[in-house]
Design a protein around this ligand. Structure first.
Ligand code: NAP
Length: 319
């Protein structure tokens, strides 16, 4: 089968398309015929070699796929060959066939395309865990999705709306702003405008926002504290450098800054998350947005694109 193989860490062009043997499922495992695979920023950090968790070389990137079950290993009872599924945390997703444990493959409702299936895993599980588990956001609370036009941001807006929250999103382009509005955000601001932050407290009802989901903490964390309501929570989801903050702003509000990485999620939490996501996909309240679709051989282009500004949903590769 065709797969992207990384034999050395480095720039995007270290990813080469090769013919490799198809994986075979062991006990409790399944293989998925990949119709689309999601490209996440973390794939680029890992490929560059500058990340806390790196795999042994050579490896095939990709954790989030949409496709059909191709083969099942011994003791698998949850799935049948031919089932439409989305896989989250699969091994070797940038390929024609990927491998996972059976509990990592989830039913893909007929109203959700394979491309959309590839956009669920990391972005939607991250958004769900950040909003509902880390921040413990409640219906009626206000949520600032700081960076709402990308994979995690769109998922966050949809999940917050589905839970009855008041949603303010930000994007960095006119198209991004229109897209975030379309996902149901009550207000959308441009995070490149001067003074956009000043508008946030009044849009949130006066006192500030109850929850911030932060996609670029090294730029925004100190400003987030300025627009936080008393007892507010900020969840740091994305960060690409250092920042100085004034801790007094957190003191005065009894505010909380929470870190979060999806790598720390437990299996029971993941099972709860995917049960919730499955319901939302089925009833249409969750509807992943594909911004760009590229052939598998263009993995390097996709890695460049996912790090550029002007996000409009998810980038997927199609084998
Ligand atoms: P993405 O699809 O590339 O989207 C990036 C988002 O950041 C876009 O909405 C972009 O908006 C926005 N952004 C750019 N400049 C910004 C600014 N100054 N202020 C606020 N937002 C800004 O990436 P993603 O998949 O959504 O992931 C977002 C971040 O979270 C990445 O850094 C990723 O590594 C991280 N992440 C962390 C976890 C975790 O477990 N902690 C899990 C998944 C992702 P425009 O392009 O419209 O400007």
């Amino acid at each position: 089968m065709k797969a992207i193989v990384v034999r050395e860490f480095g720039a995007p062009n270290v990813m080469k398309i090769e013919d490799v043997p198809e994986p075979a499922p062991g006990p409790g495992q399944v293989t998925i015929r990949v119709h689309a695979v999601g490209v996440n920023p973390v794939d680029t950090y890992i490929r560059s070699g500058a990340y806390a968790r790196i795999p042994n070389l050579p490896y095939t990137p990709g954790t989030d796929v949409g496709g059909v079950v191709q083969a099942i290993g011994p003791h698998v009872t949850r799935l049948r060959v031919g089932d439409r599924v989305y896989g989250h945390a699969v091994v070797g997703g940038y390929a024609e066939v990927a491998l996972c444990e059976d509990w990592q493959a989830h039913p893909l409702p007929v109203n959700v395309s394979f491309q959309q299936g590839a956009a669920i895993g990391v972005p939607y599980a991250t958004a769900w865990r950040a909003l509902l588990m880390r921040a413990q956001a409640r219906p009626r609370e206000s949520v600032l999705v700081h960076g709402a036009s990308g994979g995690v941001g769109i998922a966050s807006v949809q999940i917050a709306r589905a839970h009855g929250m008041h949603v303010i999103g930000t994007a960095g382009s006119a198209d991004g702003i229109a897209l975030v509005h379309k996902q149901g955000a009550h207000h959308v601001l441009n995070h490149r405008d001067a003074d956009y932050l000043k508008r946030i407290p009044s849009l949130a009802g006066g006192a500030g926002v109850d929850v911030v989901l932060e996609m670029l903490a090294n730029v925004n964390l100190d400003h987030d504290l300025d627009v936080l309501a008393p007892h507010g929570r900020i969840v740091v989801i994305g960060n690409r450098g250092r920042i100085e903050i004034d801790p007094r702003k957190a003191m005065g509000r009894d505010g909380t800054i929470l870190g979060m990485t999806l790598f720390n999620v437990t299996r029971p939490d993941l099972e709860e998350i995917h049960a919730g996501l499955g319901a939302g996909l089925e009833n249409g309240s969750l509807n992943p947005v594909i911004g760009k679709e590229l052939p598998l051989g263009d993995a390097a282009k996709a890695h460049v694109a996912v790090m550029e500004s002007g996000a409009l949903g998810k980038i997927v590769l199609v084998p």
